[in-house]
Write a protein that binds this ligand. Structure first.
Ligand code: SAH
Length: 503
């Protein structure tokens, strides 16, 4: 093996829920230089790859053709021969109906180094996420994973359904939706009871998971009437009847809901996590883009004479980060802040200060500029204030403080720009009314959303973070369905949960 040859990692991506990849899987994805992924792999898994990594999708249902196994092998081997570290992501576990043996054989022939990273296979996820045990002390003491598709190059039926009919445990069919009429009839013909309990688990572990229960005798008819399409796992056996009553996955409060997050990209992660934990499918379409100021010199000038200010006022977490990072990036440390008092507009901004081990001296009880101004005003006369702000924003804070005889300076510490074009997939999902909620977390985002989506905003429910944001939406003709009573992202989620609960 030449030291110039790369290495191939065959990585199990898990069945759908992006959190089901292994730690080893994340580790090797982070160092891969090129990643080939199957259509069954959840694209959210790709967040573990490095920024420079080349991504190659090996075909997707409805979008381009699926590549043949020989073409995939050739591409993977060519990348490794070029000296690259190659990630080859496969849905579920790479070796369960994943043709790993063929890929491995090709790598061995080509004398390319490889490692196989296992994954959670769909059968196991269908079991856990649908609450159906595959083994059961009374009902099933063994499990068989069965393919509903026979290899195309084999002659005749390779599945021994006669033997499977008397298998003393649970049968789990992969790729069995379209062939179910045939294999279910054959199992019955060989003596399996028509009353054997069956569960069809489609899109297991995803917010779109569907579970349909039936019997072996009814399976074909149920698949047809419910119009069940792949990918689905079909579980056959008495263990299906032992399903737990309250399904932990499907009973989460936002299960099956699709929610659009519109915050800037680098601030969306926490909301995505919260929503996913609550059972929702979180989509992201940033409505504004946050970038450094076009000119740092006014900021640098302010940093140079920070000692002359009594108060530094932060009206967003972004303001905190851009300003404090600038102090550090210009070779100074936080002692530069000296004895300045620090005011924030709300808890997210206070938390951002905390990340730099700084405590806010003042945070208003109500998280809006008017409340902050009112609280600062009584002690403002004769004092010097520096407002660290976005390139656009409201003047109410500066005006109120000046009216209270304060000396006020403002510097722009970051630019907030509108995003003009949305991801075409999001545009389609919204126009087809497939988005249940759109979260609107600032007035700037509200204005931008109106520009981007216009009347399509009526095809979803809008959730506004504050009355101010709600006002911007209403004035444009799109009144929100809910308004948070605490003006934080957590407050916003509470408002959505309350509305869902009332439905
Ligand atoms: N290597 C994969 C299986 C690939 S075969 C694994 O270990 O899971 C493809 C079949 O897997 C599909 O036809 C379907 O039966 C099953 N499958 C994969 N993902 C699934 C999902 N999220 N929900 C239900 N079935 C799934």
């Amino acid at each position: 093996m030449s030291s110039l040859t790369g290495k191939v990692y065959l990585i199990g991506a898990g069945p759908g829920d992006p959190a089901l990849i292994t730690l080893r899987g994340c580790e090797v994805l982070a160092k891969a230089q090129i990643v080939f992924y199957d259509y069954l792999v959840n694209p959210l898994i790709l967040k573990h790859v490095g920024p420079e990594t080349e991504l190659v999708c090996l075909g997707r249902h409805g979008r381009g053709r699926l590549l043949s196994q020989a073409e995939i092998n050739a591409q993977v081997i060519a990348a490794a021969r070029a000296g690259k570290i190659v990630g080859r992501l496969k849905g579920g576990d790479p070796a369960i109906f994943g043709r790993t043996a063929e890929e491995v054989a090709a790598l061995e022939v080509a004398r390319i180094d490889y490692e196989v990273v296992p994954g959670v296979t769909a059968a196991l996820a269908a079991s856990s996420y649908a609450g159906i045990p595959l083994t059961h002390r009374e009902a099933a003491s063994c499990v068989a994973f069965v393919t509903g598709q026979e290899g195309r190059d084999k002659e005749g039926a390779s599945l021994d359904l006669a033997n499977l009919a008397s298998f003393p445990g649970t049968l789990v069919f992969y790729m069995g939706v379209t062939t179910a009429p045939r294999w279910s009839a054959e199992l019955i013909q060989h003596g399996k009871s028509t009353e054997t309990p069956v569960a069809i688990v489609r899109h297991c572990s995803l917010p779109s998971q569907q579970v349909v229960k039936t019997t072996l005798g009814q399976l074909a008819e149920v698949l047809a009437t419910e119009k069940m399409r792949p990918p689905a796992i079909i579980i056959v056996g008495e263990a299906v009847a032992a399903e737990t009553q309250a399904n932990w996955f499907a009973s989460r409060p936002l299960f099956g809901r699709t929610i659009l997050i519109t915050r800037p990209e680098d601030q969306a992660a926490e909301m995505v996590n919260r929503l996913t934990t609550l059972g929702a499918m979180a989509l992201c379409q940033p409505a504004i883009k946050i970038t450094p100021p076009t000119d740092w010199s006014p900021v640098d000038a302010a940093i140079n004479h920070l000692a002359s200010y009594d108060w530094l006022v932060f009206s967003s977490a972004n303001g905190v980060r851009f300003f404090l990072d600038r102090i550090l990036a210009t070779g100074r440390d936080l002692r530069q802040l000296g004895t300045c008092q620090l005011a924030t507009i709300g808890p997210a901004t206070t938390d951002a200060l905390q990340d730099y081990h700084l405590k806010a001296d003042l945070q208003p009880a109500e998280y809006r500029a008017e409340a902050l101004a009112e609280q600062l005003a009584p002690q403002a006369a004769g004092k010097r204030f520096l407002l660290l702000r976005a390139s656009r924003g409201r003047e109410v804070l500066a005006e109120t403080l000046r009216a209270a005889q304060a000396h006020v300076e403002q510097v722009v510490v970051y630019q907030s720009e509108e995003v003009r074009q949305a991801d075409p997939e999001i545009v389609t999902a919204l126009s087809e009314s497939k988005i249940d909620w759109i979260t609107v977390t600032s007035s700037a985002i509200a204005r931008s959303l109106v520009q981007i989506f216009g009347d399509d905003l009526k095809k979803s429910q809008l959730a506004a973070i504050s009355p101010l944001t709600a006002g911007v939406l209403s004035d444009a003709g799109y009144p929100p369905a809910v308004v948070a009573s605490h003006y934080t992202t957590e407050g916003l989620l509470e408002a959505i949960l309350a509305a869902e609960d009332a439905n």
